[in-house]
Design a protein around this ligand. Structure first.
Ligand code: TRP
Length: 347
């Protein structure tokens, strides 16, 4: 490792598909872990609008709208594109990604994708699987390796904070990179998942996760009234009929949310014991949850409103430019390695 490389910040790249504004599930499962990374690393936060097309190709307006919403959500939770080391990147505006994607597609056996468990699971819920969907892990390998170091000078791996479902894609990325290296020599950095204590939040209906299509979300931008309404309709202990029935706390969505968002742990512990004894009703518990959620969300709403007055387009442009600058070096190395540079044809 060269001396200058030692002083460089470690690179982080992660992404999100712009198919709608972000909700509490995104906060617990991703954003919360991203925020502290800004203090230590060179961070590339990617809005994967091309990857969004793998499932939403027929909704271009939705994708276009969601890009801005996501930047606002990011800034609302405290990601700060004004920091020198924080870059908001828009995937479709990086032509270099297409070069990497094409090169990678030449060294990726179809069977690797066939056996990718996340792709397998996702394919079950998709009717007409497109080519673009099928090989999005290859496209994601390009997203990640775009910000490679020069591997001959710096062996650091790119850190990728993601949820568990994305681990197979990171493994695919490293397999593809190694396959490329076997034929053409070292060009790219490998990546490694950054899995902290990643939480998962059930939907308001108690199903495994919040998802827009199931209408069981609370969005970061929701007003206090919307939050109250949603909470009042939340699922609780299905076996409890009267407020005096002893209730179950485990697996009860209302208590899972209280655990995730209310900082007053002793208050929650007491509430749980009253619930178990049957001395507090669901309505009262829900009122407490509404208040906790709204006091968690209020500063987020305020920062979101402030962000809406900032030059979002400029932030995306600056971050994308930075990613392209590194990406161009990566692409040049890759083309040269594959003997696709023809600077001396006149010889
Ligand atoms: N597939 C990721 C998701 O759906 C989004 C994504 C796109 C991504 N490109 C990435 C994540 C690169 C990590 C790194 O959540």
């Amino acid at each position: 490792m060269s001396v200058s490389a030692l002083f460089q910040k470690r690179r982080v790249l992660t992404g999100i598909r712009p198919t709608g504004p972000l909700h509490l599930g995104h906060y617990v499962g991703a954003l919360k872990q991203w925020i502290p990374l800004q203090d230590h690393y060179e961070c590339f936060f990617l809005i994967a609008d091309i990857q969004a097309m793998t499932t939403h190709a027929n909704q271009p307006e939705l994708i276009q709208w969601a890009v801005r919403e996501i930047v606002l959500d990011w800034m609302a939770v405290g990601l700060n594109p004004q920091k020198k080391n924080v870059h908001f990147v828009l995937q479709s505006q990086i032509p270099e990604l297409n070069v990497l994607y094409t090169l990678f597609s030449m060294v990726t056996p179809l069977t690797w994708i066939e056996h990718n468990p996340t792709i397998k699971a996702e394919m079950k819920s998709i009717k007409d699987v497109t080519l673009g969907f099928y090989d999005y892990p290859v496209s994601q390998a390009a997203d990640i390796t775009l910000v490679s170091y020069d591997p001959l000078q710096n062996a650091s791996k790119i850190l990728v904070p993601v949820g568990e479902d994305q681990i197979p894609h990171l493994e695919s990325t490293n397999s593809v990179v190694k396959a490329f290296h076997r034929t053409y020599g070292k060009v790219f950095s490998l990546c490694e998942p950054l899995v902290g204590v990643i939480g998962r939040l059930v939907g308001t209906d108690g199903s495994a996760k919040m998802s827009k299509s199931q209408g069981n979300c609370i969005y970061l931008g929701d007003s206090a009234d919307v939050v109250r309404n949603r909470v009042m309709k939340m699922f609780t202990d299905p076996n409890r009929i009267h407020p005096s029935d002893p209730g179950t706390v485990e697996g009860n969505p209302v208590f899972m949310y209280l655990d995730a968002f209310d900082p007053d742990k002793s208050k929650i512990a007491e509430l749980k014991s009253r619930y178990r004894k049957g001395t507090v009703g669901d309505v009262e518990v829900k009122k407490i949850l509404s208040e906790s959620l709204n006091s968690f969300l209020e500063p987020i709403r305020q920062r979101r409103a402030a962000a809406a007055r900032e030059p979002i387009g400029d932030y995306l442009q600056a971050g994308t430019r930075k990613a392209r600058k590194i990406g161009k070096m990566t692409v040049d190395r890759a083309l040269a390695a594959a003997k696709l540079n023809y600077s001396d044809l006149n010889r």
